[in-house]
Design a protein around this ligand. Structure first.
Ligand code: PLP
Length: 390
């Protein structure tokens, strides 16, 4: 059997492989502390779970419209208004089975051999994987520590060529925790006016997760690019719902019928009870989100402080999401080797920076979706490991 070449090019998300290995080691009786996985270590708030159970009991067992239930799309409209001050139409909102399908849809719409797609490096690994799948040329946009892991408008604009079809942005960012300041985004939007053919995919899945008064700036705030802007967002991170597979996206008028057709062809719709849960998440009390964010904020300080005490390691204070991206270039280790040795020998799971791109060498990603106690234990183990292997 010979499958098409695109499947030789499709990549992986190594966080899942690390999780599998960590689970294996734990099953063998090893004490593993997992700072690898990008999912909140909190349960979905109970009122959201109850809404799904109620929907099932009330008989919501069938297909829904491919774009999602109107009530769920209207909830997204309300949430978008609260977060951005912008009122979008429910007929621009797609309910998707997670955040990833929006990425997939947007990249499929613009990726083909000869096309160039700009994406953040280091960044979420699926961007590059999907770009390569389509045969388009992936063009990394550097996200640098010296710039607080924000993208630079000048650098992005300098990489645009007549072949550029799509620009992918992500702030707050995975894996760095970087938040791009409003002034930089404004500058980018002004510059993009010279390139009206370039579509923009803004991955805002961590929008609520900023710290120290840092403000998330949604690209939706700029009407001048609305006719070519796709917003990716979802329930996975904010309401600790990674396993529910619930995301949403906001599309320009021209693209909306296309993504709706893709949904009809691929997944028909997101399951109905999850869509009811999604409404409860948006409209219900946000106390649990607040509690989670306070916990993340405390852990963020512990991680940053702890990483900075390790020999050869420096760690910038992350401004968003729930990741730190310590610089390990002075330890003498290559990042992936270090991540693997820490897992196998010290029982600490984290991800090597190169799993997020070429510029990830010299860094590791630490997810602080774990208890303060475990984070402190992990830091102790890393200290011991790095001192002994010095
Ligand atoms: N975008 C970013 C930047 C992410 O970090 C993730 C998940 O880790 C996603 C999208 C995908 O989210 P989902 O699990 O809802 O598909």
């Amino acid at each position: 059997m010979k499958t098409i070449a695109a499947f030789d090019r499709i990549g992986e998300e190594n966080a899942f492989a690390v999780l599998a290995r960590a689970t294996d080691l734990a099953a063998q009786g090893k004490d593993i502390i997992n700072l690898g996985i990008g999912q909140p270590d909190f349960q979905t708030p109970q009122h959201i779970v109850e809404a799904a159970i109620k929907a099932l009991r009330d008989g919501h067992h069938g297909y829904t419209p491919a774009a999602g239930l109107l009530a769920t799309r209207e909830a997204v409209v309300r949430r978008t208004l609260t977060m951005t001050g912008v009122e979008v139409s429910p007929d621009s909102v797609m309910i998707m089975p997670g955040g990833k399908p929006t990425m997939f849809a947007a990249i499929l719409m613009f990726g083909e051999p000869g096309a160039e797609i700009l994406y953040p490096d280091p960044g979420f690994p699926i961007y590059r994987s999907m770009i390569e799948f389509t045969g388009a040329t992936p063009v990394p946009v550097p996200v640098r520590e010296e710039k607080g892991f924000a993208f630079s408008a000048d650098e992005v604009l300098g990489l645009i060529t007549p072949k550029t079809r799509l620009l992918i942005l992500n702030s707050p960012a995975n894996p760095t925790g970087g938040v791009t300041p409003r002034a930089e985004i404004e500058k980018l939007v002004r510059g993009l006016e010279a390139f009206p053919e370039v579509a923009i995919l803004s991955d805002e899945i961590y929008d609520v997760m900023t710290y120290d008064g840092e403000e998330h700036t949604s690209l939706l705030r700029f009407p001048e690019i609305r006719d070519r802007l796709i917003i990716l967002n979802g329930w996975s991170k904010t309401w600790a719902m990674t396993g529910w597979r619930m995301g949403w996206s906001i599309w320009p008028q021209q693209l909306y019928p296309l993504v709706r057709k893709l949904a009809v062809n691929c997944w028909s719709c997101v399951n109905a009870p999850s869509q009811f849960a999604g409404i409860a998440a948006i409209d219900g009390p946000q106390d649990d989100v607040g509690k989670m964010m306070r916990a993340f904020d405390n852990r963020r300080r512990i991680v940053t402080e702890g990483m900075n005490t390790l020999p050869g390691v420096t760690c910038a204070t992350p401004k968003g999401a729930f990741y730190a991206f310590p610089n390990i270039s002075q330890t003498g280790w290559k990042a992936k080797k270090l991540a693997s040795a820490l897992l196998e020998e010290a029982g600490v799971a984290l991800i090597g920076g190169p799993d997020f791109g070429i510029l990830g060498e010299g860094y590791i990603r630490v997810s602080y979706a774990n208890s303060e106690e475990n984070i402190l234990r992990a830091i102790e183990r890393m200290e011991k490991f790095l001192s002994e292997t010095d």
